[in-house]
Design a protein around this ligand. Structure first.
Ligand SMILES: NC(=O)c1ccc[n+]([C@@H]2O[C@H](COP(=O)([O-])OP(=O)(O)OC[C@H]3O[C@@H](n4cnc5c(N)ncnc54)[C@H](O)[C@@H]3O)[C@@H](O)[C@H]2O)c1
Ligand SMILES: [Zn+2]
Ligand SMILES: [Zn+2]
Length: 337
């Protein structure tokens, strides 16, 4: 198969031909139809993710496609099924999985991190019966790819972890793939959304996704929202954004950390005490939580496809990945292998 491969952190990736993967006994191989380019792929390439331990490595973790083959122990899936998969592939058997917290599985496997990923024609996935999610016909692959990582992560962050309610203010710091997804989800829920970014194109996209207020980072969120946000997300992964998110909350507000912070940030913990704030982390979303999200997508209340602004080929990925150190185009980029 053709795949995007890199031989070391920060070494220029290349598109080459490598062996086709075989499914693990409990897993599946999926023919990739679409794969989103997420900032976590860039973090991985930069060496920020300790799960990448072996080279050559194939990145990519946000995908939709068609089951090509299944392992001998798989019961629920056959070749031909259209699927997506949470990037956290859970074992289904550890203490966290038993408690229903598959998104933080103790033995999790992540395509594009713990093993080869989806910037390829084929990708092997673990524990298919636990993790594969069937896609409704109405949801096309470009829209569905985001359900593998950023759209689903944003859904969990806003709805399950942030517990945003209709009429509440939700602040979203950073309006890339995660942030725009969060804006769309929070607005569909009936929350009032304040979006912040450094790029005008991202702010314009946030308005289209349903933000009531979309302003340059640095704006005073407590002023914009008449007292502060009830829920606020760092959807970037930067000390300044994380601190601004915490400062913009009203008393007893909930900060949800989604962006990856390579270095431990310095934060206004004095405000966390004085305003009784909650600091929460959110990591992907378990397959068991997808039906609720898919129902909203199928009903047209959530439209992840509207966030896609660019489709590229495998051959374009090396340059696109390397360019993520600089400001990129607004919206979501989808790779079509
Ligand atoms: N927790 C999880 O499970 C999870 C899942 C997916 C992604 N992530 C992480 O979420 C983060 C966002 O990923 P993405 O793919 O949406 O990124 P992205 O690159 O698409 O978007 C980042 C956005 O932040 C904006 N930005 C940059 N600096 C800013 C600043 N100082 N203030 C305001 N805006 C700023 C950019 O203009 C851009 O619009 C990354 O750190 C990624 O690794 C975490
Ligand atoms: Zn587990
Ligand atoms: Zn991702």
């Amino acid at each position: 198969m053709r795949a995007v491969v890199y031989e070391a952190f920060r070494a220029p990736p290349a598109v080459t031909t490598v062996d086709d993967p075989a499914p693990p006994a409990h897993g599946a191989v999926v023919r990739v139809e679409a794969s989103g380019l997420c900032r976590s792929d860039w973090h991985g390439w930069m060496g920020h993710d300790p799960d990448i331990r072996a080279f050559p490595h194939v990145p990519g973790h946000e995908l939709a496609g068609v089951v090509e083959a299944v392992g001998a122990d798989v019961r629920g899936w056959r070749p031909g099924a259209r699927v997506t998969v949470p990037f956290v592939c859970a074992c289904g058997a550890c203490e966290q999985c038993a408690a229903g917290h598959e998104q933080i599985c103790d033995r999790q496997r992540q395509p594009g991190f713990t093993h080869w990923g989806s910037f390829a024609e084929l990708v092997a996935l673990d524990w298919a019966d636990v993790n594969l999610v069937a896609l409704p016909d109405a949801v096309d692959s470009a829209a569905a790819a985001g359900l593998g990582c950023r759209f689903a992560t944003a859904y969990r962050a806003v709805v399950q972890v942030g517990r945003a309610q209709p009429g509440e203010w939700v602040a979203v710091h950073g309006c890339g793939g995660v942030g725009l997804s969060a804006v769309m989800i929070a607005a569909a829920l009936g929350a009032r959304v304040a979006a912040l970014d450094v790029a005008d194109g991202a702010l314009e996209a946030a308005r289209r996704a349903g933000a009531e207020v979309a302003v340059r980072a640095g704006a005073d969120v407590r002023e914009l929202t008449g007292g502060g946000a009830h829920v606020s997300l760092d959807a970037i992964g930067a000390e300044a954004a994380c601190a601004a998110s915490i400062r913009g909350l009203r008393k007893r507000g909930r900060h949800v950390q989604v962006g990856l912070l390579p270095e431990p940030p310095r934060l206004p913990m004095d405000l966390v005490i004085a305003r009784e704030l909650e600091l929460l982390g959110s990591h992907g979303m378990a397959a068991r939580a997808y039906p609720e999200l898919l129902a909203l997508v199928e009903a047209g209340r959530l439209r992840p496809g509207d966030l896609v602004t660019r489709e590229i080929a495998l051959d374009d990925v090396p340059a696109a990945l390397a360019a993520m150190g600089e400001a990129g185009p607004p919206g979501v980029t989808i790779v079509r292998p």
